[in-house]
Design a protein around this ligand. Structure first.
Ligand code: SAM
Length: 240
C-alpha cells in the first residue's frame, strides 16, 4: 500500500461525495443499511471489531484514519464508547461532522496526521484503525504515536493487509515501539468478501463517467491483478 497525501484523499472524498454510486460499495460489503464506508472492511469485520471493543471494557477510543466516520458512528452506537475520529483529509472530517447534526452518538472528529496528532499523551484506552494504519511511512511513526496516545495496557486494534510469504511489516514496527501480545491474524473470510466487492464494482457500467467509480474500478483492476500478493489481517497489540 503506497503512502498517499492528504490532498490525494481530499480529492478522493470529494469525488465519492458527489458520486451517484456512493453507497453501492457498502452493500457489496454486507454493512448495515445506510452505512457508507470508504474501506474494504466487511460487515462481519465490523462485528468483530465491535466485539473486541466491548471486551476491552474501554471508554476513551481513538479511531485513526476515520474518513467520513460512518463506521465510527456505528461502533459508538453498538459499544457506547467515546470515540474520537482522526483523519488528515479535511473533506472527510467535514463530512463526518455534518453527520453529527442528525446523530445523537457520542463521537467527535479531528483533522490530524496519524503520525503526529495534537491529542494528549495517555489519553486513550484503545486505538482502533480500519484500513488506514498501513498508509503512512515509516510504519514505526504510526506505532510510536499509538504508544504515546495509549495508556499502559491500552489496546491497538487495526485491520489492514500484509504481503504474503513475508514477516508482517506491522510486527516489526509494533515491537520497536514496545508493544506486547502482538497478533497479526489472517482473515480469509474478509478477503473473500473484499474480492467479491472489487468484482462487483467492475460489473457496473460507468455510462455517466462517474469519477469515483472510475477510480474504484481502476483500483479494482490493480488489486485483483495482485490478489495473491497480499493477506487480509486483523492486528491486535497491547501498549507497554
Ligand atoms: C481506506 S480509507 C479508510 C477510511 C475509514 N477508516 C473507513 O473505514 O471508511 C484510509 C483513510 O486513512 C486516512 N489517512 C491516510 N494516511 C493518513 C495519515 N497520515 N494521517 C491521517 N489519516 C490518514 C485517509 O485520509 C483515509 O480516510
Amino acid at each position: 500500500m503506497p503512502e498517499l497525501s492528504a490532498d490525494y484523499f481530499d480529492n478522493w472524498y470529494s469525488a465519492a461525495l458527489a458520486s451517484a454510486h456512493d453507497g453501492e460499495v457498502s452493500c457489496f460489503l454486507g454493512l448495515p443499511d445506510g452505512v457508507r464506508s470508504n474501506s474494504s472492511l466487511p460487515g462481519r469485520g465490523l462485528d468483530e471489531i465491535a466485539r473486541l471493543l466491548q471486551l476491552s471494557g474501554s471508554h476513551d477510543v481513538i479511531d485513526l484514519g476515520c474518513g467520513r466516520g460512518q463506521l465510527r458512528l456505528e461502533l459508538v452506537r453498538r459499544t457506547g464508547c467515546d470515540i474520537t475520529g482522526v483523519d488528515f483529509s479535511s473533506v472527510a472530517i467535514t463530512a463526518a461532522r455534518e453527520q453529527l447534526a442528525d446523530c445523537s452518538a457520542n463521537a467527535r472528529f479531528v483533522v490530524g496526521d496519524m503520525t503526529q496528532i495534537g491529542l494528549a499523551t495517555d489519553c486513550a484506552d484503545v486505538v482502533v484503525s480500519i484500513d488506514a494504519l498501513y498508509f503512512p511511512r515509516p510504519l514505526s511513526a504510526v506505532t510510536e504515536e499509538c504508544r504515546r496516545l495509549l495508556r499502559p495496557e491500552g489496546q491497538l486494534i487495526a485491520s489492514g493487509w500484509e504481503p504474503t510469504g513475508r514477516e508482517p511489516r506491522m510486527r516489526t514496527a509494533l515491537e520497536s515501539a514496545g508493544f506486547a501480545d502482538i497478533a497479526i491474524e489472517d482473515r480469509p473470510e474478509w478477503a473473500a468478501i473484499e474480492r467479491y466487492r472489487w468484482l462487483r464494482l467492475l460489473e457496473i457500467d460507468n455510462a455517466d463517467d462517474d469519477l469515483a467509480l472510475a477510480a474504484d474500478q481502476a483500483e479494482a483492476g490493480k488489486v485483483l491483478s495482485e490478489w495473491q500478493e497480499r493477506r487480509r489481517v486483523l492486528v491486535t497489540a497491547t501498549a507497554p
